[in-house]
Design a protein. Structure first.
Length: 260
């Protein structure tokens, strides 16, 4: 991921050097970026860990490490400065850690732990945002506050198996992620450099701020007898994620030029 970001940043720098003398007028930039689509890729950093100390880390993963940020959106500016955008994105990263021996209810003995589906920690979101834009030295700057919903990417079921050496004990730990939708606010600032009539480079920073929490349920079962040994429910609180992204925009003008 770091190599991808580095390559994109170097390409952006080279492009600025090559096209530094070839700039469009401000009115042309406004007119030629009235609507289009964008794609961005970058990194995200959780402001705080979403996993509290009262439940196991494998329940929700570890969001303290750097995450991969992906975003796709469409935009439309009926006026010179004001417009609207709609985006889908996700920030995800570390795989869910394996359970400890104690989570299988066995106090002693060595466990061969196996699992059939690793879960990715992170969130996905969809937002709609009013946007304000302005041109400064042939760079198009835009600011927006997206409002929408988000949910955990690892919603679904996961399973871990624990076998005790020396004793005939095999236990299954099932994890059920309830994909609760959360209201989400995403403030973001973006800078565009227009390469030509239809293509632009983008660099943006923002915060993904989901609210609320999701429910996770675990069930511990003896594989041989089929008896359920325990059942627990946990809450995963939402955590803000800072994102920094680079990407491309495909822009088009309408049948008439933007109003000033």
């Amino acid at each position: 991921m770091k190599r991808i970001v580095t390559v994109i940043m170097m390409s952006l720098i080279v492009t600025f050097m090559v096209k530094g003398s070839a700039t469009d007028s401000i009115s042309t930039i406004y007119a030629e970026t009235r609507y289009g689509a964008s794609f961005s890729l970058g990194v995200g950093y959780a402001v705080k860990n979403s996993i509290s100390s009262d439940h196991p880390r494998y329940v929700g993963g570890d969001l303290t490490k750097s995450l991969l940020s992906f975003r796709f959106g469409i935009f439309w500016h009926p006026f010179q400065h004001w417009g609207v955008s709609a985006e889908y994105g996700r920030v995800s990263g570390a795989m869910v850690p394996m359970p400890d021996i104690a989570d299988f209810g066995i106090e002693s003995g060595y466990l061969d732990i196996d699992h059939d589906s690793e879960k990715c920690a992170g969130i996905q979101y969809f937002t709609v945002a009013p946007t304000y834009r302005m041109v400064i030295r042939n760079i198009l700057l835009s600011a927006e506050v997206g409002l929408g919903v988000s949910s955990w990417i690892n919603a679904g079921e996961g399973e871990h198996l624990g076998k005790c050496r020396g004793r005939n004990e095999l236990r299954r730990l099932q994890v059920d992620y309830c994909s609760n939708s959360m209201f989400t606010v995403i403030p973001r600032v973006t800078g565009w450099y227009i390469l030509g009539h239809h293509l632009g480079l983008r660099a943006s920073i923002g915060f993904v701020v989901p609210t609320g929490s999701s429910t996770v349920q675990t069930s511990l079962t003896d594989v041989y007898s089929g008896k359920e040994l325990s059942r627990q429910r946990y809450k995963i609180s939402a955590t803000p994620v800072f994102t920094a992204e680079l990407g491309l925009s495909v822009c088009f003008s309408s049948w008439r030029r933007s109003k000033k």
